[in-house]
Design a protein around this ligand. Structure first.
Ligand SMILES: C[S@@+](CC[C@H](N)C(=O)[O-])C[C@H]1O[C@@H](n2cnc3c(N)ncnc32)[C@H](O)[C@@H]1O
Length: 267
């Protein structure tokens, strides 16, 4: 299906757009270190802070943020081919050297390929809500995803989320409860009492009584608002603009890795 985003003009992702064919293939044993690749090397200045956006859509956020903050490297993930091409084409035409757009499932890329502790901020805005219960497994926010985000973030790194969808927000809140420290517990300390932690499988929770690395939950405040967002906007994505016109209320959260390097196993 074509959305006609190019309006008759061929979209050209150029060097900005990458597909999985541009990357080394996954080895047979995918959690092997050969699977891991560092996207910071894709930029002229790999040493710069690195932020990712999951689900760029038409790319308004990525384009404006990357233009506004040339000192940061941005990687956008978009699995819908035409939106990927459209976003990469827009960034190419703007002449941005600090952006790459990857045509891939972000959750799989995070899980299998991103190294530990390399990302400063993960942006997840207006992620598809998949409202039918049988489709909930397609939602980006899952226990495995939060474990992966915790692992790839630098100490102090943040996951920033905005959604308009009540049902998905309730789902996120349930997941956040499992991944943020209860009151009185150090977010990155040793828990002396039993605490339920998500296992790799979303349906199964196990009980653990050892060291846990958790997020600290913060309100989405002025410090998290992108500089490129317009007056009254939270993040300035295409969907925020569309839903704001419809008068929909929004929910937003920030999960921050407090300190220490995560020690997740590669199981
Ligand atoms: C509802 S749109 C929101 C787009 C944009 N963030 C905004 O706020 O305007 C969600 C986008 O995320 C993309 N998407 C959803 N899950 C994805 C995944 N796992 N990996 C990459 N892209 C994904 C969809 O194709 C879609 O373009």
């Amino acid at each position: 299906m074509s959305f006609g985003l190019g309006r008759g003009r061929a979209l050209d992702p150029g060097e900005i757009g990458l597909t999985l064919d541009d990357l080394p293939p996954l080895p047979d044993a995918p959690r092997a270190s050969a699977a891991v690749l560092d996207p910071r090397t894709w930029y002229p200045h790999p040493e710069r802070p690195f932020e990712i956006e999951i689900g760029t859509g038409k790319g308004a956020f990525l384009l404006e943020e990357a233009s506004h903050r040339p000192e940061v490297n941005f990687l956008g993930f978009e699995w819908a081919r035409e939106f990927f091409q459209y976003t990469a084409d827009r960034c190419r035409r703007r002449g941005l050297e600090n952006v790459r757009v990857l045509h891939a499932d972000a959750t799989e890329f995070l899980h299998w390929r991103l190294p530990d502790g390399v990302v400063d901020v993960v942006h997840l805005y207006f992620s598809d809500p998949w409202p039918k219960p049988r489709h909930h497994k397609r939602r980006v926010v899952q226990d495995r995803f939060l474990a992966d985000v915790h692992r790839i973030l630098v100490p102090g790194g943040e996951l920033r989320i905005v959604t308009d969808h009540e049902g998905y927000w309730g789902w996120m809140e349930e997941h956040f409860k499992r991944w943020t420290a209860p009151e009185g517990v150090e977010p990155s300390g040793v828990l002396s009492t039993e605490f339920r932690v998500p296992s790799n499988s979303d349906s199964e929770l196990r009980t653990q009584n050892s060291e846990l690395r958790l997020f600290e939950r913060l309100p989405f405040g002025a410090a998290h608002r992108p500089g490129a967002a317009a007056e009254g906007e939270l993040v300035g994505t295409n969907f925020e603009r569309k839903y704001a016109r419809e008068g929909r209320p929004f929910h937003a959260a920030v999960l921050r890795v407090v300190r220490g390097r995560p020690e997740h196993s590669m199981e």
